[in-house]
Design a protein around this ligand. Structure first.
Ligand code: COA
Length: 254
């Protein structure tokens, strides 16, 4: 069974992270499947909206930590890089339906979505510093702009989690609904968007995104630092602690 499912409903392409036994943690293969789905959406005039969500009780727990470990050892290129490029340049409107854990890139990708619907169970966390890492997906640029510097600091420096209501109050999500209503609500919004004149919708999205500062440049800048941080001893300790289900010990690192 594929770890990313795609299904077309009318002119909406539904893309579902489908690795519930690992809380939909994202692997290189899953990033590649997402890139394909985004490219397909932009190339096919029959697709007017992309709707992303997660199977099971989570949106996604972020990058697979065991993949991080393998990559830091191999010094391989980031499989997330092409995903972030495709996500940040996606011309088709993107709706996100978020339930349960939205961790790391599970939260940062939402700054690139156009409409975000959250279930009450949604919990947003960007624990980059506690993993010895720095933010990605231009979140260091987009989150301060979206929710204000101090709130972004709580999320990105402290790695503080927030619930759905707080995310709604801070402007990160459009609407909070009961878990049982999440997909119906998100599908309703996607269908409303899809019924509007497609060119006008895409051009409006483009106009709003054009007003943003240099997102691609920030993604690259973050990625350079991220790559270095991945190879740091404190990141290695954080990843190993996760695998061993224990608290990390950073006392030996300056
Ligand atoms: N990478 C790899 N595996 C992950 C994962 C991730 N990001 N998130 C969850 N998993 C795995 C767990 O190791 C566990 O595997 P196992 O059953 O083989 O032991 C399984 O998914 C279920 O997770 P578990 O931690 O038992 O569930 P939980 O309900 O107690 O907690 C989370 C769920 C998402 C809060 C917790 O798993 C978590 O904090 N994950 C790490 C998130 C993270 O730091 N992501 C990186 C951001 S940059």
């Amino acid at each position: 069974m594929s770890h990313v499912l795609t299904a077309q409903a009318g002119s909406v392409l539904e893309v579902t992270f489908n690795r519930p036994e690992k809380k939909n943690a994202l692997t290189a293969t899953m990033y590649a499947a997402m890139v394909d789905a985004f490219h397909r959406a932009d190339a096919d005039p029959g697709i007017r909206v992309v709707l992303i969500g997660g199977a099971g009780d989570s949106f996604t727990s972020g990058n697979d930590i065991t993949d991080f470990q393998a990559r830091s050892a191999a010094e391989a290129a980031s499989p997330a890089a092409s995903f972030l490029d495709a996500l940040s340049s996606l011309a088709t409107p993107l709706v996100a339906a978020v339930n349960g854990a939205a961790i790391g890139v599970g939260t940062t990708m939402l700054a690139h979505a156009d409409l975000v619907i959250a279930a009450r169970s949604a919990r947003f966390v960007m624990p980059f510093t506690s993993l010895g890492l720095v933010p990605e997906a231009a979140s260091s640029l987009l989150f301060p702009a979206l929710i204000g510097h101090q709130r972004a600091s709580a999320l990105l420096l402290l790695g503080e989690p927030i619930d759905a209501e707080t995310a709604h109050r801070w402007g990160l999500v459009n609407q909070v609904v009961a878990d049982a209503e999440l997909m119906a609500t998100a599908r309703g919004i996607a269908a409303r968007l899809a019924a509007l004149p497609a060119a006008a919708v895409r051009q409006t999205k483009d106009l709003m995104k054009n007003g943003r500062p240099d997102v691609a440049g920030r993604i690259e800048q973050e990625m350079r630092l991220f790559r270095d941080r991945l190879r740091s001893p404190e990141a290695a300790e954080a990843f190993q602690a996760f695998v061993e289900k224990r608290k990390p010990d950073f006392s030996g690192f300056s």
